[in-house]
Unconditional design. Structure first.
Length: 224
């Protein structure tokens, strides 16, 4: 493994966020915790696809809307925007630095086409606050802001996976909508929390990765 080279480092309201280059890949570090890099992207793309397949919209109906929680390196956004079956695509990102790296920095190579898509909008706000306070609703929520429900980047993010946070997520979903949550490892406790919050069809899909245990996507349906 080559040594990382820091491209940009910012101090924001949530702490330090760093963009590094390691060989031919870029990686994002938040408060010393590795978030994601550009080496693969299967997990991020599978998050979006799993939500669409679980949603199973009827042919000829309106195109479903999706909220992506976390811009990251842009794989989820780029994959959703490349799929004409999605309608409105909103991305919530709280770090201005990450938005800047996509709009005018090295990550434009991944997200440039998606950002020019008229279906897409970036919302510069905190996801936890947004799901609690926004009146907006979507057909799918694809959330990838932590390393999983049991391994959050900041303490405040734990609210998202609590009973209160899951109730807020349900309010952001249209009836029959899909909640999809990425995680670096499965969480039986989170599955139980989803069921206790009133979601149906709770299940976990594994995503093979190059090294180590598979990533997963937790899926749940808001009752109609």
């Amino acid at each position: 493994m080559s040594s990382p080279v820091t491209i940009d480092r910012r101090e924001g309201p949530y702490g330090e966020v760093v963009l590094r280059r390691r060989g031919e890949h870029l990686e994002i570090i938040a408060n010393g915790t590795f978030l994601m890099d550009t080496s693969d992207g299967r997990s991020e793309r599978r998050l979006v696809d799993a939500a669409y397949l679980a949603l199973d919209p009827p042919p000829g109906g309106p195109l479903p809307s999706v909220l992506i929680g976390g811009l990251g390196v842009g794989f989820s956004l780029a994959h959703a925007a490349a799929d004409p079956r999605w309608g409105r695509i909103a991305v919530v990102e709280r770090e201005q630095a990450i938005i800047d790296w996509h709009r005018e920095g090295p990550l434009t190579t991944i997200s440039g086409t998606a950002l020019a898509d008229p279906r897409n909008v970036i919302l510069h706000t905190d996801l936890v606050a947004y799901v609690h306070d926004s009146p907006d609703t979507y057909d799918a929520l694809c959330l990838d802001i932590d390393n999983g429900p049991d391994w959050t980047v900041t303490e405040d993010n734990q609210n998202l996976y609590s009973a209160e946070g899951l109730a807020a997520c349900a309010r952001r979903l249209n009836p029959g909508g899909i909640l999809a949550v990425w995680s670096a490892r499965p969480s039986a406790d989170f599955e139980a929390s989803l069921r206790n919050a009133g979601f149906n069809g709770v299940r976990t899909e594994e995503i093979p990765v190059a090294r180590g245990v598979p990533d997963v996507v937790h899926l749940a349906i808001r009752p109609g």
